[in-house]
Ligand binder design. Structure first.
Ligand SMILES: C[S@@+](CC[C@H](N)C(=O)[O-])C[C@H]1O[C@@H](n2cnc3c(N)ncnc32)[C@H](O)[C@@H]1O
Length: 263
C-alpha cells in the first residue's frame, strides 16, 4: 500500500482499534497490514472495518496481531540464567542493605509469562521475601489473560522445570495456569509505553521484544525514559536481538549481552 493509504489507515485504526501506529516502523507495519487483509478474506479495508465493528472477537484478534504478543516463560533461557546468576543476587543484596523491597518492572509483559518468570526467580533466590513486581502492557486482552494466570499452552511453558511446575502452577494441564501464590506476587496495569506515565526507582526493568517494532526515535525516547525510571545501579534487561548502540547517551553501560546498568 502507498504512504497516503497507510496514513489514512493508521487514522482509522487509531479511532476504531485504539492503537496509534505512528511510533511503529512503517515498512514492517505496512507489510503486516497487507498480509492481514489478504488473509482476512475482506475485499478492502472499508469492508474489514465494517466487520470488526460488528465482531468483537475479530476486533480482538486484529488488536493482538497489531501488538504482536508472542511470549513464553524463560524466553531465551541463557539470558535468564545470566540474570539469575549474575544480576539478581546483587540487586537483592543491595535492596536488603537499604532495607527496602526489590522493585522490578516488566514493561510490555504480554500475557504474563515474563513477570511470572521474574516472580519465580525471586522466590527461588530469596524465599518468602516481599518484592514489588509491576507488569504493564497496552493490550487489555493480554492483561486479562495475565491476571487470570493463564491458560498457557505447552510451548509457552517448555522451559519450566518439573520443580517449578509443581511449586508455581496449578495441577493438571495442558493448558497450564500459574497458581494464586504466583499471581499475588505481580501487579498488572494497563500502560502505553510511549504516551503513559512511568513509575520510578526500579532496581530492574525488563523490556524484551517490545521496542523492536518501534522507530529509532521512539526507541531512543524509551531508553531515556527507562533510564530515568531506574535507580542508580539499576539494570535494564532487553531482548536477545536488541542492542543499544551508544548506551552512555542514556547513562547506561553494557554489562553482559542484553544487560545495561544505569550509572
Ligand atoms: C512480543 S511481546 C513481548 C512479551 C514479553 N516481553 C516477552 O519478551 O516475552 C510484545 C508486547 O509489547 C506490547 N506493546 C506493543 N506496543 C506497546 C506500547 N506502545 N506500550 C506498551 N506495550 C506495548 C504488546 O502488546 C505485546 O504484548
Amino acid at each position: 500500500m502507498d504512504l497516503e493509504v497507510y496514513r489514512q489507515l493508521k487514522g482509522k485504526i487509531h479511532s476504531v482499534v485504539g492503537i496509534n501506529l505512528d511510533p511503529y516502523k512503517d515498512e514492517q507495519m505496512r507489510r503486516r497490514l497487507d498480509s492481514w487483509l489478504a488473509r482476512s478474506g475482506a475485499p478492502n479495508w472499508d469492508a474489514y472495518f465494517e466487520r470488526i465493528k460488528r465482531d468483537e472477537v475479530e476486533l480482538r484478534r486484529f488488536r493482538d496481531y497489531l501488538t504482536i504478543n508472542v511470549t513464553e516463560f524463560f524466553r531465551d533461557p541463557e539470558r535468564w540464567k545470566y540474570l539469575r546468576e549474575n544480576i539478581l543476587p546483587e540487586l537483592i543484596q543491595s535492596a536488603l542493605k537499604r532495607n527496602r523491597q526489590v522493585r522490578i518492572w516488566s514493561a510490555g509483559c504480554s500475557t504474563g509469562a515474563e513477570p511470572y518468570t521474574l516472580a519465580m526467580l525471586l522466590e527461588e533466590l530469596s524465599p518468602g521475601k516481599k518484592a514489588y513486581i509491576l507488569a504493564t502492557d497496552l493490550d487489555r486482552g493480554a492483561l486479562e489473560k495475565a491476571r487470570m494466570g493463564g491458560p498457557y499452552v505447552a510451548e509457552e511453558v517448555r522451559n519450566i522445570s518439573p520443580i517449578q511446575r509443581s511449586s508455581f502452577f496449578k495441577p493438571g494441564g495442558p493448558p497450564f495456569y500459574v497458581n494464586s501464590f504466583l499471581i499475588e506476587k505481580v501487579t498488572f496495569r494497563e500502560l502505553d509505553l510511549i504516551f503513559g506515565e512511568y513509575e520510578r526507582d526500579f532496581d530492574l526493568i525488563v523490556c524484551r521484544n517490545v521496542v523492536i517494532y518501534f522507530t529509532t526515535e521512539t526507541k531512543q525516547l524509551l531508553y531515556q525514559r527507562f533510564s530515568d525510571s531506574l535507580r542508580s545501579g539499576g539494570v535494564l534487561f532487553v531482548g536477545g536481538t536488541e542492542i543499544i548502540p551508544r548506551p552512555q547517551e542514556f547513562s547506561f553501560r553494557s554489562t553482559g549481552f542484553s544487560f545495561y546498568v544505569k550509572s
